[in-house]
Design a protein around this ligand. Sequence first.
Ligand code: 5GP
Length: 176
Amino acid sequence: MTNLNTTQLIDEKRIAARVKELGRELSLLCKDGEWTAVSVLKGSFMFFADLIRAIDADVKTEFLGVSSYGNATQSTGEVKLTLDLTSAVEGKNVLLVEDIVDSGLTMDYLAKTLRARSPKSIKTCALLFKPGALKVDVKPDYVGFEIGNEFVVGYGLDYQGYYRNLPYIAQVNNIN
Ligand code: 5GP
């Protein structure tokens, strides 16, 4: 087990309130046309489960797996698809849901990969966005919270596979 020194950054109440607001905005987006909400695993699973319940519109759900940093806390720049969609998105509207946009390489890769499948449109939503860490120009269309360059865990986000089950988001103080 890891022994991280953490400080709570965003508590459960703030997360729940912001997810409700995002849900209201996305309900307006998704009320027209056929939408498929895509959860980028593993990190977005908890956010995704709460978010889709806050969307008052018909949406299908799909899951995409991507390789993460492994045990490191810095992006390697390499993104690998580990789990693909189970249905075609050609001609459909896609809402891509990520846990966090850091360098932006993952979202950039996924948006390009999905665009090659000729969807009608793609919108992106991230629970957390680190504008100071961006390496490519991919600001998400919908953002839960903007944060600094700190490494965070909880509410689906891990460190070495742990901490995903924290109900809040915490900043890690003792890793770089
Ligand atoms: P990006 O490609 O934008 O650099 O980040 C891709 C992935 O890295 C995210 O989906 C997430 O899994 C992981 N990641 C980036 N920043 C953090 C962070 O602060 N904490 C955790 N736990 N994962 C992060």
